[in-house]
Design a binder for this molecule. Structure first.
Ligand SMILES: C[S@@+](CC[C@H](N)C(=O)[O-])C[C@H]1O[C@@H](n2cnc3c(N)ncnc32)[C@H](O)[C@@H]1O
Length: 232
């Protein structure tokens, strides 16, 4: 079974030398996050909003959201990723609108209760290697969001071709989870029933499946990610 310390070490290495997840190194926001922003705008709720992103990596989503006029707090347990995110925010000139923090999602977050309008989990909880850790993070989202606040969960599914293959080739200790065959990194993928059960205290306000083609080791794979907006 992989330990939390090993998972963190693997992530520091991935952030130092991007190898498996090249989009996470890019400056372009995730299409799932821009879709969420469009949805928020359609509700007319985007003036001076305050948001938080868990597992923000090098900051592509939070920097983009800050450029849209939001006030962001974003954290990751990788100090290499956070250093880079801070540099990128300064280059873009949004360093006053986004604050990046080194913080483990599985330890109490340094934010006040009910202080955010929205929250982003863009392929982050999928990388927490224990059910206890993922549950803790989910409950921190609940604590820091204002009543009625929104949580975007954009995550991997058991219908994604690459991940399905990984489940067969390199399963981890937990259902629907695998250890990456080259790096050993843990990834949890989900079926819909699991997600609905996991977020049963939340209200689903919007739900889509996002079909896209993703490259892994030079090969194209069809994905069908979950994109769900939950409301506190
Ligand atoms: C797949 S990447 C996604 C990064 C970012 N959300 C994006 O879309 O570019 C997952 C991120 O979660 C971070 N992460 C994994 N476990 C974490 C934990 N326990 N606490 C904080 N960050 C974590 C990793 O360092 C990595 O940056």
């Amino acid at each position: 079974m992989i330990t939390h310390a090993d998972q963190q070490k693997i992530w520091e290495e991935e952030h130092k030398n991007p190898y498996v997840l090249l989009p996470m190194d890019s400056n372009d926001e995730s299409s799932g996050v821009s879709l969420f922003w469009d949805w928020l705008k359609s509700k007319g709720e985007t003036k001076s909003l305050r948001g938080v992103e868990m597992g923000c990596g090098k900051g592509r989503n939070s920097i983009w959201l800050a450029k849209q006029g939001t006030n962001m707090r974003a954290f990751d347990f990788s100090s290499i990723a956070i250093d880079e995110a801070q540099k990128r925010a300064a280059i873009v000139g949004v360093e006053n609108d986004v604050r990046f923090i080194v913080q483990d999602a599985t330890k109490t977050w340094p934010f006040e209760n009910e202080s955010f309008d929205f929250a982003i989990d863009c392929f982050a909880s999928t990388d927490i290697e224990s059910t206890d850790g993922r549950s803790f993070a989910r409950d921190e989202f609940l604590r820091v969001l204002k009543p009625g606040g929104y949580l975007l969960v954009y995550t991997l599914s058991t219908d994604d071709e690459f991940h399905k293959e990984m489940l067969e080739k390199s399963p981890a200790h937990e259902k629907n989870a695998f250890l990456h065959p080259t790096t050993g990194k843990f990834e949890k993928i989900f079926d819909r029933a699991e997600l609905m059960n996991f977020y049963k205290k939340w209200k689903v306000v919007e739900e889509k499946r996002i079909a896209k083609v993703a490259k892994f080791f030079g090969e194209d794979y069809n994905c069908k990610h979950f994109w769900i907006i939950f409301q506190k």
